[in-house]
Design a protein. Structure first.
Length: 242
């Protein structure tokens, strides 16, 4: 998990603990009939909550800001746009943990055809992160946001402005048009909205996932996300678009 700023120091330490708890939880998920998946199947939510509680953060502010999280037209959407559960991710293109979990997110979206996915560009790791986020949002105007997002998330090593543009060209973007669109003030306004939203929700690191009223920091295991998604469906706290 990558974080920004000294003011987020205690949150980062707490996030590390939550990430370790997530790893332990993932181990529990694969351990037979007493696992979290088994508890979910049996409807034993009390026991399930006991296992999941150390790694999740219930945030009442999420409920108040559902519209910004789920329905901002500036935020790209993947998966099933009409899905019954929405998974939101705040990410940075230079965050190694975001890149680590990216293949699992792709697999999850391919498996769960009723999952809606909202991309929240959250560039907190330097100038190259901001440049990549601006390029991604500008790429959407050419209908290639997902292709560009995949290319940058799959790229290993340090990002530079030159490398970002090479990746853009590789996925078929008109680079000259991309640069013009990146200069449009509305692109920066989109990023500012995400930064302000994250600040309001106490999000200072990446990745952070939101399902219903729950924040999950760190590169959690896919089975953990599956359990939380299933729980949201069962409880009807899905974050479905109104």
């Amino acid at each position: 998990m990558r974080s920004r700023g000294k003011t987020a120091g205690w949150r980062s330490l707490r996030g590390c603990g939550l990430y370790l708890a997530a790893v332990l939880c993932a181990a529990v998920l694969s351990n037979g009939p007493a696992s979290a998946q088994g508890m979910l199947a049996q409807g034993n939510f009390w026991a399930l909550e006991t296992i999941l509680r150390p790694m999740i953060v219930r945030n009442p502010d999420i409920v108040a800001r559902q519209d910004e999280l789920l329905n901002d037209p500036a935020s790209p959407v993947g998966g099933n746009p009409d899905g019954d559960v929405t998974l939101v991710e705040f990410f940075d293109y230079q965050c190694p943990y975001c890149k680590t979990i990216f293949p699992s997110i792709q697999a999850l979206l391919a498996e769960d055809r009723n999952l809606r996915y909202v991309f929240k560009e959250f560039p907190i790791l330097g100038r190259a992160s901001v440049f990549a986020a601006r390029a991604a949002l500008a790429a959407r105007r050419q209908g290639k946001y997902l292709e560009f997002h995949t290319a940058v998330m799959s790229a290993r090593g340090k990002l530079t402005e030159t490398r970002v543009m090479r990746l853009a060209e590789k996925v078929g973007l008109d680079v000259d048009r991309l640069r013009r669109d990146m200069a449009d003030g509305t692109v920066d306004a989109m990023i500012r909205r995400n930064l302000e939203l994250a600040d309001g929700l106490g999000i200072f690191s990446t990745p952070v996932f939101i399902i219903g009223d729950t924040q999950i920091p760190g590169a959690v295991e896919i089975d953990t996300l599956k359990v939380l998604i299933a729980r949201a469906r069962q409880r009807g706290t899905s974050g479905k678009v109104r």
